[in-house]
Design a protein around this ligand. Structure first.
Ligand code: ADP
Ligand code: MG
Length: 245
């Protein structure tokens, strides 16, 4: 369960989140839509604990624990995962090294190389990613779509209980979007208590991954909440119409 209360966040001397509230129960799928620059990615990064953002007030509670001041790696070990809007490349660190280190940090015992290779190979196959990716530096020379798939690969291997997908659908061609969504749905079916927060501009992804709630965010806070149909309403009328109703 993730509960955010009255969160106000500043970045670069500007107030971005302004009394932001949300409650996401175990197993629920929520979507946030909203105009560019309204603070959607800021929400995702603040949940993950990015040090670039200053929390002025409010709290983030995860599974009854106040995590507002925890470091990124502590939140990650508690099961929070962020698929970033713009995944960066990291020269000199291979996907394999990164994933094994992250996995070992999560469990008492070291994960055996055999088990690791098995799970990576099957995940790479599920996502229709090129086989050699695992021995390449993270996102080295990768296209936008390949980077998004790599984020979902990390999700499948690290097995988080709270997944944030920040525009995972942008930059994906139609086949890749279907493959990514199928993998996320399969993960959700196998881990039904996992909650998912989808940030998107397009209702299309919500046709694959059924949301329980769709929130519209404007000016650093949620201004209206509906069900899946609300996403299509927003797409049809735009944000201004809905706000001025
Ligand atoms: P959205 O994802 O809704 O498009 P963001 O959360 O990325 O919006 O950004 C909200 C506002 O905060 C924007 O004006 C953006 O320029 C600013 N912002 C976000 N992150 C940073 C940062 N690390 N440094 C400076 N400004 C930032
Ligand atoms: Mg964004």
């Amino acid at each position: 369960m993730l509960k955010i209360d009255n969160l106000c966040v500043k970045v670069d001397d500007r107030d971005i989140l302004n009394d932001f509230n949300i409650l996401i129960n175990d197993g629920e799928v929520h979507a946030i839509m909203g105009p560019n620059g309204t603070g959607k990615s800021t929400v995702s990064k603040v949940i993950m604990g990015s040090p670039d953002y200053e929390v002025l007030s409010g709290s983030i509670i995860f599974n009854s624990e106040d995590i507002t001041n925890l470091e990124v790696d502590e939140r990650s070990r508690k099961g929070i995962f962020l698929s970033m809007q713009n995944p960066i490349s990291i020269e000199g660190v291979t996907n394999s090294e990164f994933l094994r280190t992250a996995l070992n940090a999560r469990s008492e015992e070291t994960v055996s190389l055999f088990d690791f290779i098995k799970v990576v190979e099957s995940s790479v196959k599920d996502l229709e990613i090129k086989n050699n990716i695992i021995h390449k530096s993270i996102n080295d020379g990768s296209s936008g779509g390949e980077r998004k798939k790599n984020e979902v690969l990390q999700m499948k291997i690290l097995k988080p209980s709270f997944v944030i997908l920040d525009e995972v659908d942008s930059g994906l061609d139609v086949d890749s979007l279907r493959i990514v969504c199928e993998n996320i749905n399969k993960y959700k079916q196998e881990n039904p208590n996992t909650s998912i927060l989808i940030i998107t501009h397009y209702p299309r992804i919500l046709e694959y991954i059924e949301p329980d709630y769709v929130h519209m965010m404007v000016g650093g806070k949620i201004v209206k909440t509906g069900n899946k149909d609300f996403a299509f309403e927003i797409e049809k009328t735009g944000y201004n119409e809905v706000v001025s109703e």
